[in-house]
Every structure is written in C-alpha cells, then in structure tokens.
Design a protein around this ligand. Sequence first.
Ligand SMILES: Nc1ncnc2c1ncn2[C@@H]1O[C@H](COP(=O)(O)OP(=O)(O)OP(=O)(O)O)[C@@H](O)[C@H]1O
Ligand SMILES: [Mg+2]
Length: 268
Amino acid sequence: MADTPATTERHSPTDSLIRFENVHKRFGSLVVLNGISIDFSVGQTAVVLGPSGTGKSVLLKHIVGLLSPDSGQVFFRDTRIDNLTERQLEPIRKRIGFLFQLSALFDSMTVGENISFPLREHGILSRSEIRDRVAERLAMVGMENSEKKMPGELSGGQRKRVALARAIALNPDVVLYDEPTTGLDPIRSDVINELILKLHEELKVSAIVVTHDMASAFKVGDRLIMLMGGSIIADCDPDGLRAHPDPRVQRFIAGRADEEDLRALHRL
Ligand SMILES: Nc1ncnc2c1ncn2[C@@H]1O[C@H](COP(=O)(O)OP(=O)(O)OP(=O)(O)O)[C@@H](O)[C@H]1O
Ligand SMILES: [Mg+2]
C-alpha cells in the first residue's frame, strides 16, 4: 500500500486527471504491477522513480492505451479508458503528450514534419496555422528555425527537445515524460529539466515524469512516487522522500547497492 504522507497536498476528487484503481499487469509469470492505485491531479508534476525494469514505462503505457491491465481500471478525468477501442481512445490521446523513452522521431521526416505530424493526423489546423504552431513550439524548446533539419543531424539533447516540441504540439492537458534526461550530460539534462518547469508554467500543463535521475526528480517534481517490486513504496513531496523511513527508498536516493543487489550482480 502507498504510504500516506502528512505533507502531500490534497486535492478534491474533481481535480483527478489520471487515476489507477487496483491495476494488475503481468507478462507471463513476471508480475509487473501488483495492484497499483494512484491518482494524478490536475496541475501536478508527479515524478515516478524506481529501479530499471520495475514497470515505470509499463505504467505510462497504460495511460495512453498501449497496454491494458489484466485487472483493475484506469481513468482519464471521469472516463474509464482501459476498455476503450483505438477509435474511442483517439480524443483522449489528443489530450496527452507522450515523450517516449527513446524520443522516437521519424528519421525520414524533417524536424518540422515530425512536429506537425500529430497536427496533420488530427486534421484540426490549416496549413498556415500548422506552420505557426510548429515554429512556436520549436521556439519554446529553444530550437527555432530548425524546421528543415533531419533528425540524423541532431545531437541527443536536440532530439529530445524536438520530441518534446512534438509532444506539446496539440496543447495537451498532460505530458508524460519517459526518462527525459537519460543519455544526456548533466548540463543538457538540466536544460530538459528547465524546459519541463517552463512548460508547466507557460502551458499550465500537468506532467508525469518517469526517471531514475534523482537530481531531475527533486528539481521538477512536486510529488515523488517510488515504484518497487510491483507496488508503490513511497508517495510524498520532495522533503518527505528525503526523510522517508523505508531503507529501500534511502538506498535508491543515495544510489547505494545492498547485499542483494551485489549478489544479483554476481549471478549475471
Ligand atoms: N510488452 C512486453 N512484453 C513482455 N514483457 C514486457 C513488456 N513490456 C515490459 N515488459 C517487462 O516488464 C518489466 C517492466 O518493464 P518497464 O519497461 O516498465 O521497466 P522500467 O521501469 O521502465 O525500466 P527502465 O528504467 O529500464 O526503463 C520488464 O521486466 C520488462 O521486460
Ligand atoms: Mg522505462
């Protein structure tokens, strides 16, 4: 069960943006989510932490219907979404920006085409509006005038920024960031952290950030959730996490291996 911290801000039920109710997910004999219940609120930047392979990406994929639970329910605002068809999911997906773990850009398309892809897909803007929106979103991520570039010409950090511009192209209610700083040096990681904060301010967008970068977590998150062994073992504000009594949380924050971690390493 999740810890109930005294310090976490409370929201009324109408502030609920994304809600998991007792979600179970396994792949074969591997139990990944073992009865997850969590409520992400409007306006929050929630960070989901946890070791590699613990189900963080699996959790995000349930929000956009790329995976569905074996049991339990997922809601977007008041709509139950885990049992919707692809077509029924479309209006929900439009309201969610997803920055994938590998910032999968289409390599055969220009930067401009990559960002305008969701706009063209949903056919909601004219050509000139699309052009303006692309330029505006590129400026927001500090990549102005790079419409004509190909993804292959970009550095890892620039690719992430373009992927982020694409994720916010449709003015989403919430952006899901899957490991936005992985593979970047500390300076470029911090640029992404600053962007996450800026988008939160300028677009008033809610966010769920999956990471194992503690510096990033403490910088961007107003709520920190730790997933381990299929369960939520911590759910609190940054100070609450720093002072958390669970030794597994403290080990994770400090990046300290315990005896079990070392035994696992010897088995590799
Ligand atoms: N489609 C799938 N089919 C089978 N197993 C899967 C599938 N997706 C994920 N898994 C398994 O579920 C577990 C959790 O995966 P997940 O990608 O959510 O981990 P993660 O916490 O995001 O890890 P990382 O920090 O390395 O990205 C892993 O053991 C993974 O191999
Ligand atoms: Mg992952």
